[in-house]
Write a protein that binds this ligand. Structure first.
Ligand code: DP6
Length: 341
């Protein structure tokens, strides 16, 4: 008995950030979040999942190296094994081989695409009838942001209300084709592993930051409604403002953590200043920045402004060793910005 499948899953970059868990075991978030799924052309996780009667243990090989199977992966495997109706598969061991074509754990959403690919692959083997929405609740238990990578385009992760987490799943707000001249420029400030991993960082924030609860109760709910409106009406000015404000709100909660967590560097802050100066000079929004748990910037731009923004970033932070993605979906331009500022 053997089954094998190879899948790829995309990265997503949140514009309303998930930060904080109300239930660590089920990985339920403190607040809802919303992201844009990037094209898989340049950034994706590719995962081969197999089950075979000859396997004597579960194995995980990440970027060519055998890794320990941690608790979250065990949880995901357990859910799959408990849900399958095929008794001959239930007790088989799995082998998972996964590679990323971008820096792992550098605040570039590697756990999102990694767990999304894994859960999708496991789902096809153990419970082929699962919908993407059901798979998203399982991916969430691997890594919260992974639940959003089960869908393309603009994706909301509703925090849900139920104690068992069954309504804490992702939903597509609009397909990528709805706003296909929106591009993402990835500016790699540093490809090093992040100093404080997201899971540990957000727990520290939950335990020590008074601002986080205010953000969850009073800031994010309205922003979710407003950014969904902005996406539906393709209002870039509104989309950009909310995106930048929410990135800053998330990093403010990191600063409000005790001891504080610093993900942004001087180069990140210089990018923030450049974007505001540029938007100001143009009298409209030409770019919106957002930063995850690391110093790397993602700039959302409309395609008509892409060359302008690229040339400014190049001239200030170059030389650019980037490659430009020719896909029509999303753009990725990767920089190695080590500029001294
Ligand atoms: C800053 O999804 O990596 O990128 O659920 O603990 O695995 P875990 O956290 P993870 O956190 C992502 C945090 C973020 C914001 C976001 O993607 O919404």
């Amino acid at each position: 008995m053997r089954r094998e499948i190879t899948v790829t899953a995309p990265v997503n970059i949140a514009v309303i950030k998930y930060w904080g868990k109300r239930d660590v075991k089920l990985n339920l978030p403190t607040n809802s979040s919303l992201s844009v799924t990037l094209s898989q052309d340049e950034m994706c996780s590719k995962t081969t999942v197999s089950v075979d009667k000859s396997y004597t243990k579960d194995t995980l090989v990440l970027n060519g190296e055998e890794n320990e199977i941690n608790g979250r992966l065990v949880n995901v495997l357990n859910v799959m094994r408990e849900s399958t109706t095929e008794s001959e598969i239930k007790d088989l061991h799995v082998r998972i081989e996964s590679t990323n074509n971008f820096p792992t754990a550098a605040g570039l959403a590697s756990s999102a695409s990694g767990f999304a690919a894994l859960v999708y692959g496991l789902g096809k083997i153990f419970v082929p009838s699962y919908t993407n929405s059901q798979l998203s609740t399982i991916a969430r238990q691997g890594s919260g942001s992974a639940c959003r990578s089960l869908f393309g385009g603009f994706v909301a992760w509703n925090k849900g209300e139920k104690l068992d987490g069954s309504d804490s799943s992702a939903v597509e707000i609009a397909p990528q084709s709805h706003w296909d001249d929106l591009d993402a420029l990835i500016c790699v400030v540093s490809a090093n592993k992040k100093a404080v991993a997201s899971t540990a960082g957000m727990q520290r924030t939950v335990e020590t930051s008074p601002y986080l609860q205010h953000r969850a109760d009073n800031v994010v709910p309205k922003r979710m409604d407003d950014i969904i409106d902005a996406i539906k009406s393709k209002d870039f000015d509104k989309f950009a403002d909310i995106t930048m404000m929410d990135s800053n709100s998330f990093h403010a909660s990191c600063l409000d953590t005790h001891p504080p967590i610093f993900y942004l560097t001087d180069v990140s802050r210089a990018i923030i200043n450049v974007v505001h100066a540029l938007n100001n000079a143009m009298g409209r929004h030409v770019a919106a920045y957002t930063f995850d748990a690391g110093p790397n910037a993602v700039l959302y731009v409309q395609r008509k402004d892409k060359e302008l923004v690229l040339s400014i970033i190049n001239s200030l932070f170059g030389p650019c060793e980037g490659v430009e993605c020719n896909s029509l979906d999303n753009i990725l331009r990767r920089y190695n910005i080590d500029a001294d500022l």
